[in-house]
Design a binder for this molecule. Structure first.
Ligand code: NAD
Length: 300
């Protein structure tokens, strides 16, 4: 039977670390790390995600700014807001909740966020830095997965990891982080042949396909670690239920360790967003030491 990797408990530990960092930054520089969250339109899932992010920010002592724009917002209007946030010295992280309404070009929006404030780690410069193995702001979900994996393997060196999915926000950065940790990495996707056989060779399977219960026991080598990134919402008896990309009941007896859905990768993603917000501020203080001295002077 598998060890359950508890994302709720682990994220609470990360949030404690964030709260300690916030206290230190406040004491040393008189600055409260602040996250601006931009939500365009009324997508119900996005509204839930934004609410949770703001709630956790407040709990960790992170300041927040909420910018709600209507569904018909133009590229220019959104661009102007991001430009203002880029220049606002009291905003250290900027998150634009995706997906955006269809009239808006996500690539343009992501590229317009200042890379030092890009707490999602989606800006092309940060993507490139991650690919080059440099220290940078890393996408939150894969970062959370790495913390979970380190619970099972403090040293991931030489492990064979299979990532199911190749999106820019999960699959690709996940593969980069695993490579950096010296894993042997295989990325499989919708066009891959014999996926189950590829996964059966893996010590680690990261499921990020957005396909409900795609991964079952036949895909998993006994004792392997299974990280379930998938969030698939269904209705059961009129209630919203979240199901992962892993058929949990089938895989649990075979795997060595597994994450649940909900209560697995989800809470870790939010915790890593807040971790990135304090990191973003630290990077800005290092890049602009004058900002640190000005803040200290202003606060006596
Ligand atoms: P996406 O749709 O952008 O990408 C899915 C990827 O899976 C694609 O690369 C595709 O090739 C691959 N894929 C699709 N069907 C497949 C199949 N049958 N076999 C193998 N590969 C297949 O999705 P995404 O944004 O990467 O998200 C993936 C899942 O993770 C979704 O369920 C999403 O809701 C969830 N997610 C969760 C969190 C979290 O915090 N827990 C964060 C981000 C995304």
């Amino acid at each position: 039977m598998a060890q359950l990797i508890d994302g709720k408990a682990l994220s609470a530990q990360v949030l404690q670390q964030v709260a300690a960092d916030v206290a230190l930054l406040k004491a040393e520089y008189g600055i409260v790390p602040t996250l601006a969250v931009v939500l365009v339109g009324e997508d119900p899932a996005s509204q839930v995600y934004v609410r949770n992010k703001l709630k956790r920010s407040a709990e960790a002592g992170i300041g927040s700014r909420e910018h709600r724009l209507n569904r018909d917002t133009t590229q220019q209007e959104l661009g102007q807001l991001i430009e203002a946030l880029n220049h606002d010295p009291e905003v250290h992280g900027i998150l634009v909740q995706l997906p955006l309404p269809s009239q808006l070009d996500e690539d343009v929006v992501i590229a317009s966020i200042h890379p030092d404030k890009d707490v999602d780690g989606f800006h092309p410069l940060n993507v490139g830095a991650l690919a080059a193995g440099r220290d940078t702001l890393v996408p939150c979900t894969p970062q959370g997965c790495m913390i979970m994996l380190n619970q099972v393997y403090p040293d991931l060196s030489g492990k064979h990891a299979v990532v199911v999915g190749r999106s820019n926000i999960v699959g690709k950065p996940m593969a980069m982080l695993l490579l950096q940790a010296n894993c042997t990495v295989t990325v499989v996707h919708s066009r891959t042949q014999n996926i189950a056989a590829v996964c059966r060779n893996a010590d680690i399977v990261i499921a990020a396909a957005g396909r409900m219960e795609l991964v079952d026991a036949d895909w998993i080598k006994p004792g392997a670690t299974v990280i379930d990134v998938g969030i698939n919402a269904i209705e059961v008896d009129g209630k919203r239920k979240l199901i992962g990309d892993v058929a949990f009941d089938s895989v649990f007896p075979v795997a060595g360790a597994i994450t649940p859905v909900p209560g697995g990768v989800g809470p870790m993603t939010i915790a890593c967003l807040l971790l990135n917000t304090t990191r973003a501020l630290k990077r800005q203080l290092t890049a602009h030491p004058d900002k640190a001295s000005v803040a200290v002077a202003a606060n006596g």
